[in-house]
Design a protein around this ligand. Structure first.
Ligand code: SAM
Length: 281
């Protein structure tokens, strides 16, 4: 039986009704399934977190290679289906919970694999990075546009706060673009599989991470604004216009520079300079 036939059969058998509010678009393409599992480079030592197992399609494929899979599903209606569909596997634990409310640092995982619910992609990814779990990688299906933003570099239209946040923690690699007909039901947007290989330590060193991310967010609130205006108008950036000017000048940049042209290294230097100025005042 193909995954498509299997999915249709399970949905009929359990009279399952898709819930749009949970971002339920189940994967029905074997080729894409293999690409996800291969890109995740799963081996028998791995403890893999799967976010949103749905009817267990990716869960089963991952469980065949991993030591253990912990599958976290929010939809109560999917739990009895998962119990049944996964009954022959003794290395899968299903947790009925909202992944955003779970303390994932306690799960003992080293990899994440998922066809993510698109409506919460950013909070899920940032929550995992900020939890400080010693992960190897995150391999996920996301909206195509979000994958483009995650791997974009300075000066491009897709570059923004998400690019910088992701690239501070991980090295992004686009595994595949995935068309709408690979899902049931078809999503309204294109999709892509992206692998984020986590760095053991961030590629730049910065004295105050929190300040750097505050500056990054402020710089991209209004893309058309100069970096100076972006920082000066931001509510949570508490530096005087003179301090901001001095810090920007220390990067060797002119007054008209836009935040969207700054690299991660430059944001780290800007943050350190502002921290230093404040320390001296
Ligand atoms: N993995 C399945 C597949 O590929 O066929 C389903 C993927 S579907 C895009 C997203 C899944 O995430 C759904 O099963 C949905 O119910 C679940 N989900 C949505 N929000 C969630 C949350 N906050 N916590 C855990 N699971 C969630």
């Amino acid at each position: 039986m193909t995954i498509t036939q299997e999915t249709i059969e399970i949905i009929r058998r359990y009279e399952f009704a898709f819930q749009k509010k949970f971002g339920q678009n189940f994967l029905i393409d074997e080729h894409v399934l293999n690409k996800i599992v291969n890109a995740a480079e799963i081996c028998s030592d791995d403890v893999v977190l799967e976010i949103g197992p749905g009817i267990g399609t990716i869960t089963k494929a991952v469980a065949k290679k991993a030591g253990k899979v912990i599958a976290v599903e929010i939809d109560n209606n999917l739990i009895p289906i998962l119990k049944d569909v996964l009954k022959d596997y003794d290395n899968i634990e299903v947790i009925n919970a909202d992944v955003l409310k779970l303390d994932i640092s306690k799960l003992g995982i080293n990899k994440v694999v998922a066809n993510l619910p698109y409506y919460i992609t950013t909070p899920i990814i940032m929550g995992i990075f900020e939890a400080g779990v010693p992960l190897d990688s995150i391999t996920v299906m996301v909206q195509k546009e979000v994958a483009d933003r995650m791997k974009a570099g300075p000066g491009t239209k897709d570059y923004g706060a998400l690019s910088l946040a992701v690239q501070y923690y991980a090295d992004p690699y686009l595994v595949a673009n995935v068309p709408q007909n690979c899902f049931m039901p078809r999503p309204d947007v294109g999709s892509a599989v992206i692998r984020l290989r986590k760095y053991p330590t961030p590629p730049v060193s910065v004295k105050d991470e929190k300040l750097m991310f505050t500056l990054i967010r402020a710089s991209f609130v209004q893309r058309r604004k100069t970096l100076y205006n972006g920082l000066r108008n931001a509510q949570d950036v508490c530096f005087t216009p003179e301090e901001i000017q001095e810090a920007i000048a220390s990067l060797g940049k002119g007054e008209a520079v836009r935040g969207e042209t700054l690299s991660l290294q430059e944001f780290a230097a800007l943050s350190d300079k502002l921290g230093e100025i404040r320390g001296n005042s």
